[in-house]
Ligand binder design. Sequence first.
Ligand code: ZN
Length: 278
Amino acid sequence: MLKNISVTLDVEDLRPSDNFEDRSKMMTEKVLDLFAEVEVRATIFVVGDVARRHPEVIKKAVQAGHEIGLHSHKHIPLQLLNPDDFERELNEAKRSLEDISGQPVNGYRAPTMSLTHKTRWAIPIMQRTGFTYSSSVLPAKNPLYGWNGLPKQPFKWLDSVIEFPCPVTNILGFNIPYLGGAYFRLFPPIIRKTGIRKSSSKEVLWTYCHPWEFDPKEKYYQLEDVGNLTSRIAWLGRKGMENKMRNFLQEASSQSLGDIASKIDQSQLQIVDPESPN
Ligand SMILES: [Zn+2]
């Protein structure tokens, strides 16, 4: 049986330099058109820097009824920032995105799920800067990021924001974030269907995608901070992505993560102390 799945889009610009064409505006508009076609309301997490360069795209998303969230100031993973810089940038980027969108920005998504036990200093800062929820952790063991032992259902950080952990499922001993990114693009649909079927009704399921995943024409460049293989993988399966997503979105819910956060009974949520041993 299919379940309601919220839709999220992370709008970012991963080019290492301006020597490569900036296709982020064109591709974001393309994905927004797809969402309109299938009548889906999504949460659009936007990198602050991209929003400042292309404010008209944010306005288009707002007009279509989407929720706008923040996907960091410049897409730098949390472990490469220090807490003071993070707090200042988060404040500035939130205000700027609220000015551009004309709506409150309540949700934050860390780049590359980089909220981990090591970067837990970011949790009180999200609360201080006025966010109400985060969608920034992978609740499993993972070679890159991941915070093993966290609940798979939404929970509340002690004295801080609500967290919507990334949906993961166990396949052959690996916990994988099966509903988005390369896993969505490259794995056969049976993986997704099995993961959804095995998920608990307490989980909030969401898919995540990026405008560049829909762009087979983008010229290849080596992504920063990842190996050559991971970078190559980012260019695979782009051609079929639009149709794959179009089909999948027939199952999607039009509840944004912000809608869910505002309606959730917080007294029923498990409270997690980030300082507790990992
Ligand atoms: Zn990202």
